[in-house]
Write a protein that binds this ligand. Structure first.
Ligand code: PRP
Ligand code: MN
Ligand code: MG
Length: 179
């Protein structure tokens, strides 16, 4: 696994520090609101798990799976709901937790869907933002790092379902996805 990584983009320590910072910010902003943190499976699992443990207020969690990538390096633009929420979000303050925003297609679809279910508010927190690749006008409310247009894996991010368990965020060697 490690031999497929060209370079480290963000270390474990950088990630941890950023998650602590984000946890403090959202704990402050959602005080008294009992937010529902929605993890977008599967990429957001490590970030969600770390973020909620940095939140010092009562929260609830739920999970959704919407996939647009499949085993490809680029977004097809087709968003499929693989798993829906178990919670009714009417009147709830929803915080969508994502690992990365790329084209923005996944989240623009999700935000509209959840707003349509009469949530009191719908906001986005993402670990990584790749604004260069945006196809729709979508901005995260909270973001960890803005990154260049490189193929990144680790800390939940996969290539063909691999590398999600890498504890840091690395840039994949070109030969790995061109072979
Ligand atoms: C990836 C990533 C985001 C989304 C971002 O998920 O985790 O959810 O794509 O791309 P976009 O902004 O262009 O829509 P993916 O569909 O690969 O599923 P996964 O989380 O299970 O890897
Ligand atoms: Mn994802
Ligand atoms: Mg993926």
């Amino acid at each position: 696994m490690y031999e497929d990584i060209a370079e480290t983009l963000l270390t474990k320590e950088q990630i941890q520090k950023k998650v602590q910072e984000l946890g403090r910010i959202v704990s402050e902003e959602y005080k008294g609101l009992n937010p529902l943190c929605i993890c977008v499976l599967k990429g957001a699992v490590p970030f969600m798990a770390d973020l909620i443990r940095e939140m010092t207020i009562p929260i609830e969690v739920d999970f959704m799976a919407v996939s647009s990538y499949g085993n490809s390096t680029t977004s097809s633009g087709v968003v499929r709901i693989m798993k829906d929420l178990e919670t009714s979000i009417e009147g709830r303050h929803v915080l969508i937790v994502e690992d990365i925003i790329d084209s923005g297609l996944t989240l623009s679809y999700l935000v509209e869907l959840l707003k349509g279910r009469k949530a009191a508010s719908v906001k986005i927190i993402t670990m990584l933002d790749k604004p260069e690749r945006r196809k729709v006008d979508l901005r995260p409310d909270y973001s960890g790092f803005t990154i260049p247009d490189a193929f990144v894996v680790g800390y939940g991010l996969d290539y063909a379902e691999k590398y999600r368990n890498l504890p840091y965020i690395g840039i994949l060697k070109k030969e790995v996805y061109t072979r």
